[in-house]
Design a protein around this ligand. Structure first.
Ligand SMILES: [Zn+2]
Length: 259
């Protein structure tokens, strides 16, 4: 007998997500020990973190479409310990082999947000195409706005913070791949432009810094200096060792591609 293969096109839905709590990775992160099989280290889950943005969002899409699987595409990613605030980060969810294609996206948005229970929130859901996934990846380098809480080793003056604003605004930063990601990224030097920096003192040794920069800048290393691998940096500019305590992405500035 002859087999008839039926190809079912994927369904693509675009939107934006906000991550309102820290310590959730964007995508499923397999246990470094067992690589997903499940072991003692990961409590048998096979994962480093019990949930991810991808998983929190995908479940409802899969149920609503009765699809086989999903793939999650986003325009860049925030660190696991960083929140994603503001209008959120653009993403596209691809549903493989969906049985249902006609969805009430408003109802789906509500269902996803109920399920994600204040950890993750989606908005602006709309049907889109594969082409947009490609453009989404390209837009990784779009401008971003960050806010980072900095702790200094020594007391910091208002004058020092004004100097910081001056020295870091309109500046090209040279950044060698951070030590913390060197095990999974090539050792390269990148140049990233900072448009504007604003700093506000919040206590004797702490300040809040807002940065608008080219996407892909490693903000934690801009603060610490990463052993001189990021130049210029906050620690060196002030001669006062600086540590990033909390990082938030405030805005991902891109046009939301085509509808
Ligand atoms: Zn494991």
């Amino acid at each position: 007998t002859e087999q008839v293969k039926l190809q079912v096109n994927s369904l693509f839905i675009a939107g934006r997500y906000r991550k309102l709590v820290r310590n959730i990775p964007q995508s499923k992160w397999f246990c470094s020990n067992c690589h997903g099989k499940g072991c003692k280290k990961c409590d048998g889950t096979g994962k480093m973190y019990s949930e991810s943005v991808e998983e929190l969002i995908s479940k409802q899409f899969l149920e609503a479409t009765e699809g086989e699987n999903t793939a999650f595409h986003a325009s860049g990613r925030e660190d696991v310990d960083a929140r994603m605030l503001g209008k959120g980060r653009p993403f596209v969810i691809e549903i493989l082999k969906p049985k249902k294609r006609f969805l009430d996206l408003k109802a789906l948005e509500t269902a996803v947000n109920m399920h994600a229970n204040g950890k993750v929130e989606v908005s602006n859901l709309r049907f889109t195409s594969k082409e947009v996934v490609r453009r989404l990846k390209k837009a990784e380098l779009a401008q971003k706005e960050y806010r980072v809480l900095i702790e200094f080793e020594n007391e910091v003056s208002e004058d020092a913070l004004r100097l910081l604003e001056e020295k870091l605004s309109g500046v090209m930063v040279k950044q060698q791949t951070p030590l913390r990601v060197l095990h999974r990224r090539a050792d390269l030097t990148r140049e990233k432009y900072i448009y504007k920096v604003k700093v506000k003192k919040v206590s004797l040794r702490r300040a809040l810094m807002e940065i608008r920069c080219q996407g892909g800048l490693y903000v934690k290393e801009l603060v610490s200096g990463d052993d001189g691998r990021t130049m210029p940096n906050v620690s060196d500019l002030l001669g006062n060792k600086a540590k990033p305590l909390k990082l938030d992405v405030l805005n991902v500035i891109i046009n939301d591609c085509a509808r």
